[in-house]
Design a protein around this ligand. Structure first.
Ligand SMILES: O=C(O)C(=O)C[C@]1(C(=O)O)C=C[C@@H](O)C=C1
Length: 379
């Protein structure tokens, strides 16, 4: 059925169409300027992401919006979305090459998605990149010959073994790095296999990010940091933020951030399946927060089971974190079973106090996310 309308409404809609078309022309103009910015940054070796410039610009536009009786959050939302577009567009012109005399880069596992992303970023920065995958080991000697950097990005369960078996004869000054999502064992394996510079990297994002702007890359130092400082600078030029960490501290955090989180999402999905939940109708009744939660769980099952098995099984210690979660679930359930509402309220308040200022901060952040979930609805 057609939506109802009136002549007056149609007239106003025509005027709105005109304004929206002007917006399109303004967007084109902005994108052209951003392309020029990309070229300038490429020449000067400046990072894509400029947080101070963004903060100053947003503060000014918010103040101007207020003067014009426009909600400051509206212009901030629009500009943030436009800047996301800038990160993608600026990337296409390429990046300054920090280390011109490196020799080539070898990505072991370069046909994997994350390997592909690093290969693309390094190529955009002027490096020669060779991929070494399963079938290429017969030619490995010639592939490694003259390499300045070798990056290992193979499934976690074979990483250490592969390093110990196959990466013991790299050129002496070559940098050996890995992208594994645990760091302790791989960094140790690299230090044992290779006597040159070693560093562990963990990109805290999936391969489908488009741009590295604002993404986090964890760096665990191995040996001879001076020799690989340029690589850290290169990653910063791609727009990522570097977080330095001790391998043990990183791995402990991953037990909660990755293993436990993914495992509980897996169980959530498993439970929906066993309960034979009707996703279609759940979606009809869903609030934005439930939709977001379903999306976060559902996206897991759109990806490779092996990948998640690797992450969840990577550290034996994750089993402790996950078992603790189960204990806490059981204890909370017993409060529910005993009908002790006061005990629940008390426990809730205790956890709220523990979250402290993070609780209202997370509430503010999630408000914007929930609003965009609602914006995405159609029909
Ligand atoms: O001004 C810059 O440095 C830009 O790259 C442009 C721009 C923008 O779109 O306005 C994009 C990314 C930066 O983080 C800041 C601003």
């Amino acid at each position: 059925m057609n939506e109802k309308t009136t002549a007056e409404l149609e007239n106003l809609r025509g005027l709105i169409d005109g304004v929206d078309q002007q917006l399109l022309h303004l967007l084109r103009k902005r994108l052209d300027l951003v392309a020029q910015v990309g070229a300038v940054k490429h020449g000067a070796g400046l990072p894509i992401y400029a947080p101070q410039r963004e903060a100053n610009m947003l503060a000014k536009r918010r103040a101007e919006a207020k003067e014009m009786n426009i909600a400051p959050q509206l212009i901030e939302d629009i500009l943030r979305r436009l800047m996301r577009e800038s990160y993608l567009n600026e990337k296409d012109v390429g990046f300054k090459q920090v280390k011109a005399d490196l020799g080539h880069v070898v990505i072991v596992g370069g046909e994997g998605k994350l390997g592909g992303l690093f290969s693309q970023m390094l190529t955009l920065s002027g490096y020669q990149v060779k991929s070494l995958d399963k079938d290429d080991w017969v030619n490995s000697e010639s592939i490694f010959d003259g390499a300045g950097l070798v990056i290992v990005t193979v499934p976690i369960n074979i990483t250490c073994e592969l390093i110990a078996d196959k990466l013991t004869n790299l050129p002496k000054d070559c940098i050996l790095a890995d992208l594994t999502s645990i760091k302790g064992a791989p960094v140790e394996a690299m230090l044992a296999a290779h006597s040159g510079p070693v560093l562990g990297l963990h990109p805290m994002f999936g391969p489908d990010v488009g741009s590295l702007a604002k993404q986090v890359v964890v760096v665990c130092h191995g040996r001879d940091a001076d020799a690989y400082q340029w690589l850290i600078e290169q990653i910063e030029i791609w727009g990522a933020r570097i977080v330095e960490a001790e391998p043990s501290k990183h791995d402990k955090a991953m037990q909660l951030v990755q293993a436990m989180r993914h495992f509980s999402s897996f169980v959530y999905g498993l439970n929906l399946y066993k309960e034979e939940a009707d996703i279609e109708s759940l979606l009809q009744f869903s609030s934005p927060i439930y939709r977001l939660e379903l999306a976060m769980v559902g996206r897991l099952f759109a990806q490779s089971p092996e990948l998640y098995a690797d992450i969840i099984f990577a550290q034996e210690e994750s089993l402790v974190a996950i078992s603790d979660y189960l204990d806490n679930y059981s204890q909370a359930l017993s409060i529910l079973k005993s009908g002790n509402r006061d005990a629940f309220v008390e426990q809730f308040a205790e956890v709220s106090r523990w979250f402290g200022d993070f609780a209202p901060q997370f509430q503010r952040e999630s408000r914007a996310m929930l609003q965009s979930v609602n914006d995405m609805k159609t029909g």
